[in-house]
Design a protein around this ligand. Structure first.
Ligand SMILES: *Cc1c(COP(=O)(O)O)cnc(C)c1O
Length: 414
């Protein structure tokens, strides 16, 4: 079934799902039926076909030979990781637990890489034993990995995560440039290469990750160009083995908030073509990009049910059975400076045209538990299904599920 385009007054349109009657639908299955299947609300649902379409769209835009990795922390649901393992060229994990999920999905350990500024000695040992790639974020991590390799009689796969000297403007979260907890400062990398090579080991690759949630194609293209310049310069310093790939990060954003527009993928692809060629010609390496949010955010929804409608001093509050404890990001408390609304609507009243300014709040005893602040929505009644779109990434696992001790929601891959 072809997806329908759902338009919003202020948010970028959604075209990941279908509509059946007045209901949002996942491959023909209406939302109310999904709510019954899940055992009730609230729940998260992720659309397989939407994920497939997104990966296809991205592959079509990227130059040939660029490898695509999925960053598991965006959504580590095992069934979804399994699916993305089959659609991508590798997985990036940020903990030993994520590593186990990635390996369970059947991915070749050489195509799994492990980033994170605080890898414990135990986690490093697990990674070396598994044969995955360690993206080293410090000299200390390198020494721990080398020692683990000696103990286990296994050659560790060592890559270096570089904290580049450049900084990217317009990223939701900056993770490179200036003093950072992430990666090894650009100026210290040659020294670390020498140190590792003195142990008789080579560097398998370089990793640069300069930020996240960027919607500016030109800014991303510029960061990629600078990353390639730097990666090639560092690769030229390797003596023992030539590095096998250059991971230039990701950072592709999705339009969450009023006024945000979809990223211009065509533009990014055009700018990447000469870079991929250069890296191939000068160092015989593939370029790797790693994306989390961009692959899954728009394929997921969070759904909760209206418990009550109440009025306070002229303002309409719609109280629902889910909120901040399941979806911190939509409440505006996950890295946002100024709270803005995610795209929200009533998933069982899509065709209706009446509108009323309403505020959707969750069941927690805190004013932070807000899913939509004074939004124009179809007038809600108890039993209606409130849908928060663009919820496939940094949803459940980025939320304080223990706060107030309500039950956790079900997650479904549909
Ligand atoms: C979080 C993270 C990602 C994924 O970022 P998205 O914005 O979800 O694409 C990729 N790589 C590293 C190293 C990360 O820490």
């Amino acid at each position: 079934m072809a997806p329908s385009r759902i338009e919003f007054a202020q948010h970028a349109p959604i075209d990941a799902f279908g509509v059946v009657g007045n209901e949002l639908a996942f491959d023909g299955v209406p939302l109310s039926r999904l709510a019954t299947r899940s055992g009730g609300t609230p729940f998260y649902a992720y659309s397989r076909s939407a994920i497939r379409r997104r990966v296809a769209e991205l592959r079509a835009a990227l130059p040939r030979g660029v490898l695509l990795h999925y960053a598991v922390k965006a959504n580590p649901m095992p069934a979804l990781v399994q699916m993305l393992a089959s659609l991508t060229d590798g997985l990036d994990v940020a903990s030993a637990a994520e590593m186990l999920v990635a390996l369970d999905a059947g991915v070749d350990p050489e195509s799994v890489s492990f980033a994170g500024p605080g890898k414990g000695a135990g986690e490093i040992e697990q990674a070396v034993a598994a044969g995955i790639v360690l993206n080293l974020e410090s000299e200390a991590q390198a020494l721990t990995a080398i020692a683990a390799g000696r103990r286990l009689g296994v050659a560790p796969r060592l890559a270096i995560r570089v904290n580049p000297a450049f900084e990217l403007k317009g990223s939701g979260m900056r993770m490179g440039g200036g003093p950072k907890a992430f990666g090894v400062d650009e100026v210290r990398v040659p020294g670390l290469i020498r140190r590792i090579e003195a142990e008789g080991m080579g560097i398998v690759g370089f990793h640069l990750f300069w930020g996240s949630q960027n919607l500016d194609a030109l800014a991303i293209a510029e960061a990629q160009r600078l990353s390639v310049d730097l990666g090639l310069a560092l690769a030229a310093r390797c003596r023992v083995d030539a590095p096998r790939w250059l991971n230039i990060g990701g950072g592709f954003g999705v339009p969450y908030f009023p006024g945000d527009r979809h990223l211009d993928l065509g533009r990014i692809g055009e700018a990447m073509a000469p870079l991929a060629q250069r890296v191939r010609a000068e160092a015989d390496m593939p370029l790797v990009i790693e994306l989390g949010r961009f692959l899954v955010a728009e394929a997921g929804v969070y759904v909760c049910r209206v418990l009550e409608r109440k009025e306070s001093l002229g303002q309409i509050f719609v109280v629902v059975d889910g909120g901040l404890h399941h979806h911190l990001a939509a409440s505006g408390n996950f890295g946002q400076v100024i709270r803005k609304n995610y795209p929200v609507l009533l998933g069982n009243r899509i065709g209706e045209s009446a509108r009323q300014v309403q505020t959707v709040v969750g069941p927690l005893c805190t004013p932070l538990d807000l899913l939509a602040d004074r939004m124009e929505l179809v007038p809600a009644q108890p039993g209606d299904l409130v849908v928060v779109f663009r919820s496939g990434a940094y949803g459940l696992t980025a939320s304080p599920t223990r706060f107030l001790s309500h039950p956790a929601p079900v997650e479904m891959l549909v």
